[in-house]
Design a protein around this ligand. Structure first.
Ligand code: CA
Length: 461
């Protein structure tokens, strides 16, 4: 054997050992799914065997949060690992394809941009919602592959996709009916249901990356079970006993997502990469109960609230062989921790002027650290002047400034449904938490773009 070959073998072994420590990442995000709408949180009328298996293979977080109670800001936090109000992403942005500022600011690095430094190949499949201007297109924001739609929601039936793209929009919500995009190309699809189409694209991407022997990050952002409530007979027929038509359709939509998760997991197993892949599942905000008939269980409130029903979501993670199976983790964690975890594992340096708010969860999930990952978690609704801070079992919340009981103090551990306001009995604790929140608030920016509904951008096209 020549010296030449030995160098190759040594390089190969080194690569293998590095690869073994740096997993693929799949983030499966649902839209407006309620805390109680997964089997692993106790759902009784919608079986979710594949999501339950994912949680059983690793950890389910009882107190898993997102950083905002509606879609856009929550996703901006998830994708940057930072509280989105640090960069003014305080509301759902306008869908205006002519506005380069309505989306993730260019000054922020998102998860795909950061992972590119560790030679990951990243895909976003599904809902983007991080800006419709070309400069904010996923392929201009670090992603190698995009399959889906740019706006904040979509019709589930491809037969409705009558508009070529956003430039043909003439009124609100018409963006739900644009043709899908594959990278920069408008495409037509044969299948008749969007959730299945997105699952196909996800498994196709995984197969391609396995063949190319490439590390990957897949952000599978299903728009289900966000309104409009639309499902196929195949899934509706699974729920003959749900009398409420809205709940029945919602159940069918969740069931289709669960089948999709099953197909994604099956493709990992088929390709023998399940042990090399972290899979995280969560919803982008709490259930929008009145809109989609979702169920937040005992949690107070719904989507758009800073009560638990708006910000606490179904949340689970598996990494077979590394995260011990069957865990129930009850210290608070937040969607921002996904970025904290993967960047630590990939050994990527984070810019000093943009520190992450998320942390690496691995030491906490492998028993190396028994402390809570976060001393305090924070939320702000800038337009409504709402605030929220969670500190251990205690939470101070003001859902909007207009709310009569401005600043309510709850013990979440004893009073999950936030029914007993303890502020009057604990004025010092309330003051202390408000002070902590204000110190955090001082670091934030005001809104930097028009909101979703305030701006009739199509009249300018
Ligand atoms: Ca949402």
């Amino acid at each position: 054997m020549t010296h030449h070959y030995l160098v190759y073998i040594a390089a190969g072994l080194l690569t293998c050992s590095l690869l073994a420590k740096t997993p693929n990442l799949i983030i499966i995000l649902t839209d407006d799914q309620g805390y109680n709408d997964v089997g692993f949180n106790g759902c009784s009328d919608i079986p979710t065997p594949h999501l339950d298996q994912l949680a059983a293979n690793g950890v389910r977080f009882t107190d898993g949060y997102v950083s905002y109670p509606v879609c856009g800001p929550s996703r901006a936090g998830l994708l940057t690992g930072r509280y989105q109000d640090r960069f003014g992403f305080t509301t759902n942005p306008t869908i205006d394809p002519g506005n380069p500022d309505a989306g993730l600011p260019k000054s922020e690095e998102n998860i795909a941009e950061v992972l590119n430094k560790a030679n990951y190949s990243s895909a976003i499949i599904g809902k983007w919602h991080m800006g419709s201007h070309t400069s904010n297109h996923p392929l201009n924001r670090g992603f190698e592959y995009f399959y889906g739609f740019l706006s904040g929601g979509h019709s589930y039936f491809p037969r409705n996709y009558k508009l070529n793209d956003l430039t043909e929009v003439t009124r609100s919500w018409e963006w739900y009916n644009t043709r899908l995009l594959e990278n920069f190309d408008r495409i037509d699809v044969q299948e008749d249901y969007l959730t299945d189409v997105l699952t196909d694209a996800a498994t196709g991407f995984i197969e391609k990356k396995v063949k190319a022997n490439q590390h990957f990050m897949l952000y599978l952002a299903y728009n289900a079970p966000h309104a409009p409530l639309q499902a196929t007979e195949k899934y509706l027929s699974r729920f003959p006993d749900i009398a409420d038509e809205k709940r029945r359709t919602y159940a069918a939509m969740v069931s289709c997502v669960d089948d999709g998760v099953g197909r994604v997991m099956e493709s990992l197993r088929r390709n023998h990469i399940e042990d090399d892949t972290i899979v995280v599942f969560l919803s982008d905000n709490g259930g929008a109960i009145t809109k989609n008939a979702s169920d937040n269980g005992a949690l107070r409130g719904a989507k758009s609230d800073l009560f638990e029903g708006g910000i606490r979501v179904p949340f689970a993670m598996q990494w077979k062989g590394t995260i011990p199976a069957g865990q129930v983790y009850s210290h608070p964690v937040i969607s921002l921790d996904i970025m904290g975890t993967i960047t630590a594992l990939a050994g990527v340096k984070i810019a000093e002027d943009r520190p992450l708010d998320g942390v690496n969860l691995l030491p906490y999930l492998t028993g190396k650290n028994n402390e809570a990952p976060h001393d305090q978690l924070f939320w702000r609704k800038w337009e409504q002047q709402g605030m929220c801070i969670r500190d251990g079992d205690i939470k101070l919340v003001a859902n909007t400034q207009k709310h009569k009981n401005w600043h309510q103090l709850y013990n979440i551990e004893n009073d999950l449904s936030e029914t007993k306001n303890l502020r009057k009995q604990n004025p010092e604790k309330s003051k202390e938490l408000l002070k902590s929140w204000e110190a955090w608030n001082d670091q934030l920016q005001d809104r930097t773009f028009p909101t979703l509904m305030a701006d009739k951008w199509w009249e300018r096209l």
